[in-house]
Design a protein around this ligand. Structure first.
Ligand SMILES: Nc1nc2c(ncn2[C@@H]2O[C@H](COP(=O)(O)OP(=O)(O)OP(=O)(O)O)[C@@H](O)[C@H]2O)c(=O)[nH]1
Ligand SMILES: [Mg+2]
Length: 652
């Protein structure tokens, strides 16, 4: 029933499953035919697990009462035949709510008490601490129980103003907070800070995750929402309502949170049913809606095609009642098609890139190994062929030559081992610059720069220092990695020049996207600090909260850089090491052949037969990895170079 979106997500899952399958096939191949460390197999297994859990995050952002929750109900939960998530006139959703599926747990709703705002922990940190959350098991077979559990999302509590102030939720001087006042001393605040819902809906099972947010500057009170959750969302849906048009606060939300964060900008003009007027002709109504679309597009400065007019409420009713005409009129289908078209490809791209980064170079190397084995076997056959009819003396000479070739190779390999040790040492040193202790120190220094002065000026100072120090570590990593790459290149060049091994060009370490992320954090800091609301009131509490959120993000970037560097070190060194080992084995095989023939000249035929037999097995290895590579190319668009000479190798 979910048209574009459902089939789009099914396709997404299908391609994700194929990626998992191809990575698993590659892992199986390595396990069978290559001498790899268990850690490498483990990493591939982890990659498939990550892929399976990969989610596509769709976030709903708008001022209160624009119909975000109603739209989520209509898009995803109409099968409940009632409103699952509470949506009502006025403020309803009180805390940001993530909805997703996690097969490892029973369905639940987890709620983070608002009091956790007293602590200096980020939501990201708290997500790892289940004890901090209040958990309710969901009985998905009982719609009424489900609906009443979901009511929690709208819970509020009334507290004294001092407490609300201490939580950073109340400020006497902020004229925008009047709606919170309950009486002279007390205000109404959300009962929960964040909610996570694990629910087995087919679309969520396919990897979709949703973020519903409350209106009324909820983004401002939880800086992490913008710095992390919204930043990581793959698509943002911004809602407006026909009855209110684009108000000042809609415009602020659009400017502050939406337009900067998404590359594609779409706005949903909701509640068009309010323009349905029985006394007007459908054409007249259509023209009124079109006019609203045009003025919305002009105000937000986006093309009219990017404004979708819908009625979330009628879509929900239409779906529940199976009223096709109402559903069509609600306009939701066009929105679903747009979502399928826009969000899924961008998510797939990210997933593909992760697989290509981790598997691409190793798969190339594995394929080369298989091919080299075949070529080496063919060479052995040629060697034997050349020996037939020769006398023992000539065979002896050939053997001598082979022995000295092998010795020369072993010497080069020994020299390479020295390089390898230096590389390992430099790699280790490089990683110590990127470990958690180093980041702790950077944070400590930036805290010292702020010197407990939680003003916007203090924040800028602290952030500048943190980003400069992190940037310096990234520069150091880049420089060191350049040196490592040069060392390896020079060492490998000798294998190429002297021993005829094919050229290899290790990839460089690229940290530019992490640098980019740091720049983004700095821009967010500057924006936060130039926001009149934050300057005027110098909200000490909020400045500190913002800083904590920034530090959490910065730490994540630092950890990612470490991981990227570790992966890089592996991917630069491993293929070279295994190529060198492989060549040694091949030389040994050839020498063994010569030895055997030397002691017994009549064994040539027998040896040839044995090698031909081996070749069948090697050919099967090559065919298998070639299958994997083909599927990998199809899924990722990465082309492998054709296997040169393998044709001759097969027919030799
Ligand atoms: N007429 C009409 N009413 C709608 C439509 N969509 C939502 N509403 C109503 O508008 C009110 C607010 O809807 P919600 O979904 O709670 O709005 P929200 O954006 O989630 O608001 P907050 O959770 O407070 O941020 C509810 O009474 C809905 O029934 C629509 O398409 N047409
Ligand atoms: Mg809501």
């Amino acid at each position: 029933m979910n048209y574009g979106l459902e089939s789009g997500i099914t396709r997404f899952r299908h391609r994700r499953d194929r990626l998992v399958k191809v990575v698993t096939a590659y892992k199986d191949w390595l396990e069978k035919y290559a001498d790899v460390e268990p850690a490498q197999l483990m990493r591939l297994f982890d990659l498939t697990e990550t892929l399976k859990k990969d989610r596509l995050m769709l976030a709903f952002v708008a001022e209160f009462s624009r119909g975000k929750t109603e739209l989520i109900n209509a898009l995803f939960f109409s099968d409940f035949k009632q409103r699952l998530l509470p949506s009502d006139a006025g403020r309803t959703t009180m805390c940001p709510t993530e909805i997703y599926y996690d097969a490892d747990s029973e369905p639940y709703i987890r709620l983070l008490p608002i009091e956790t705002r007293f602590r200096d922990d980020s939501i990201t940190t708290l997500k790892r601490l289940p004890v901090e959350w209040s958990t309710i098991k969901l009985d998905v077979s009982n719609p009424n129980a489900m609906v009443s559990a979901m009511c929690k999302l709208a819970e509020t509590k009334v507290v004294f103003k001092v407490e609300a102030r201490a939580l950073g939720l109340w400020d006497e001087n902020d004229p925008n907070l009047g709606y919170m006042v309950k009486d002279q001393d007390r205000v109404e605040i959300p009962a929960w800070r964040y909610a996570m819902i694990n629910y087995p809906h087919p679309l969520l099972e396919s990897g979709l995750a949703i973020l519903d947010t409350p209106g009324l500057n909820a983004m401002g009170t939880e800086p992490e929402l913008t710095l992390s959750v919204i930043h990581n969302a793959h698509a943002l849906l911004f809602l407006l309502a026909t009855d209110t048009g684009v108000t000042q606060s809609d415009f602020e939300i659009w400017n502050k949170w939406v337009s900067k964060h998404a590359s594609q900008h779409y706005a949903v003009l909701n509640k068009i049913d309010m323009l349905w007027d029985d006394l007007k002709s459908p054409e007249e109504i259509g023209r009124t809606i079109q006019r609203q679309i045009e003025s919305t597009a002009a105000q937000l400065n986006i093309p009219t095609a990017n404004v979708m007019a819908i009625s979330a409420q009628k879509a929900l009713v239409g779906k529940i009642r199976g009223n096709e005409e109402m559903l069509r009129r609600s306009g939701i289908q066009a929105l679903e098609v747009m979502l399928a078209r826009e969000i899924i490809p961008s998510r797939e791209k990210i997933m593909r890139e992760a697989v290509v980064r981790e598997v691409g170079p190793m798969l190339t190397a594995a394929r080369d190994t298989a091919q080299n084995r075949l070529l080496a076997a063919r060479q052995s056959l040629l060697d034997l062929h050349a020996l037939s009819g020769k006398n023992q003396q000539i065979v002896g000479q050939m053997r001598e030559k082979m022995v000295s070739d092998k010795q020369l190779y072993e010497e080069t390999a020994r020299n390479f081992n020295v390089t390898r040790k230096i590389v390992a040492q430099q790699g280790w040193e490089l990683l110590t610059h990127l470990d958690d202790d180093r980041m702790d120190k950077i944070i400590e220094e930036s805290m010292m720069a702020i010197n407990d002065s939680w003003t916007t000026a203090g924040l800028i100072k602290g952030m500048h220092l943190m980003i400069r120090r992190m940037g310096a570590e990234f520069d150091h990593a880049n420089q060191q990695s350049g040196g490592i790459k040069q060392l390896l290149n020079a060492a490998y060049q000798r294998f190429h020049d002297v021993h005829g091994l094919e050229r290899m060009d290790p990839i460089g370490l690229s940290l530019s996207r992490y640098r980019g992320r740091l720049d983004e954090l700095m821009v967010s800091t500057q924006e936060f600090c130039s926001d009149p609301l934050n300057i005027m009131l110098e909200k000490r509490f909020m400045v500190k909260k913002f800083y904590i959120a920034l530090v959490t993000q910065a730490r994540i970037v630092f950890q990612q850089v470490r991981l990227e560097t570790e992966t890089w070190l592996r991917l630069t060194l491993d293929p070279i090491v295994s190529r060198i080992k492989e060549h040694k084995t091949q030389l040994e095989h050839r020498l063994e052949n010569l030895n055997k023939v030397h002691t017994n000249l009549s064994s040539i035929q027998e040896r040839s037969t044995a090698i031909s037999r081996d070749m069948v097995g090697i050919k099967a290895q090559l065919d298998q990895i070639e299958e994997v590579a083909k599927e990998f190319s199809l899924l990722t668009g990465i082309a492998f170079r054709p296997l040169e000479g393998s044709q001759q190798a097969q027919t030799a």
